[in-house]
Design a protein around this ligand. Structure first.
Ligand code: ADP
Length: 375
């Protein structure tokens, strides 16, 4: 089983595109490959045929006359090209596309019991079969990003409700005059603390939403050394508060294939953590070096480090580790670091630092695909 489809079915879509751009809705069932591998090709074909039936039934209920549904035998992709034109030849809106995708995706997932990835994109006029195949990949990637954001914001939204309820509770008690006047300052102080907590949550939310992770932003380059200096400026007050010395290694300038804002965000998150979790009165080292086609940034601290058993998990959204006790935070910083690094085609990992604490190492590409070296 492969994701790629190159058939006359795609030629049919390509033909229908002679009218102009068309939304292409994509469903992918990644488990087909696992079934073929574990249970054999015949079992996989059986599941595929059953899924195709469900896909057709669900699509018939959701799409308009004139839209095309497509699936090539042996592929794990199921496509809907919204080629029908409504009155005034209007393109379906993004909401229309998402609604159809959600309906068909939910039906396929519910009836087949298999995980379904979805996404949509516009396919341009004169797109050949190969272009449509590539567009299917783009659509799925975009769908994954949308889901990630949705999950993130719904979690934060949920988190914001708790402090809000608590603040309202305290204020109402004070307004009702039910509370012992001696307790009023304590209530107000708790409410104030909760507003600060809300502000931190909102900061995390803004950081996330401000990241422009479009293809354009990822095609930008920045000078890492300049971003390291800027990040150190931002976190210096926190370092001073904990008596920590920030040491930035003087190595030759190195560029990375990443938007400056995203690089700054990544660096602030890592250096801030090193200060937050590092030893009081200790040191934090920051270093960026070119290594082959990559730029490697290292942030070292002399704190307690991270248990090997926790090293993968801490990059998850809203995951806080053993060292988080009594330190403010929401388990968002490293998830953002990972997302930025991976979107740029790089990676992040954590190890033991020669300083005794944690070493976070981010590898970022320095070369564009067409082979121009930026370092
Ligand atoms: P937060 O710091 O808000 O908990 P992060 O996503 O930034 O969220 O970090 C996730 C977890 O990783 C932290 O809760 C902490 O346990 C661990 N961690 C991150 N950086 C360090 C570090 N430099 N030293 C020790 N532990 C760290």
């Amino acid at each position: 089983m492969v994701s790629a489809i190159n058939s006359c079915a795609l030629d049919a879509v390509a033909h229908a595109l002679s009218d102009g751009p068309v939304p292409l809705l994509v469903l992918r069932l990644p488990e087909f490959e696992r079934i073929a591998w574990r249970e054999g090709k015949r079992a996989a074909r059986r599941v595929e045929r059953a899924t195709l039936r469900i896909f057709h039934e669900a699509s018939q209920r959701a799409v308009r006359a004139g839209d095309l549904t497509l699936h090539e035998p042996g592929s794990d992709l199921f496509l809907i090209a919204m080629t029908a034109r409504g009155r005034a030849a209007r393109l379906p809106s993004p909401v229309d596309c998402r609604t159809v995708l959600e309906r068909v995706g939910a039906a396929v997932s519910l009836d087949s019991g298999l995980r379904v990835e979805t996404g949509w994109t516009l396919v341009q006029r004169n797109e050949g079969a190969a272009g449509i195949d590539a567009a299917a990949g783009t659509a799925l990637e975009r769908g994954a990003r949308e889901r990630e954001r949705y999950e993130f914001f719904s979690t934060i939204g949920h988190e914001l409700r708790t402090p809000l309820t608590s603040i309202r509770g305290y204020l109402e008690t004070l307004l009702d005059g039910d509370a012992d006047p001696a307790l009023a300052p304590q209530f107000l102080e708790t409410a104030r603390r909760e507003t600060l907590r809300m502000a931190r949550l909102l900061d995390g939310m803004l950081e996330f939403s401000l990241l422009d992770l479009s293809a354009d932003a990822l095609a930008q380059t920045c000078q890492l050394n300049a971003q390291i200096d800027a990040a150190c400026e931002v976190v210096r007050p926190l370092a001073q508060l904990r008596g920590i010395t920030l040491r930035v290694a003087t190595s030759p300038p190195v560029n990375a294939l990443l938007d400056a804002d995203a690089a700054l965000q990544l660096l602030i998150n890592l250096i801030e953590n090193a200060i937050k979790y590092g030893r009081e009165g200790g040191v934090v080292n920051v270093d960026a070096q070119a290594s082959g086609a990559e730029a490697v940034v290292r942030v070292d601290d002399d704190g307690p480090g991270i248990d090997p058993a926790e090293r993968d998990a801490i990059f998850g959204l809203r995951v806080r580790g053993a060292q988080s006790f009594a330190r403010p935070g929401h388990g968002i910083g490293l998830a953002i670091v990972k997302m930025i690094a991976e979107r740029a085609g790089g990676a992040v990992r954590v190890d033991r630092s020669p300083l005794g604490g944690a070493r976070f190492e981010v590898a970022l590409p320095t070369k564009a695909e067409f082979g121009i070296s930026l370092s």
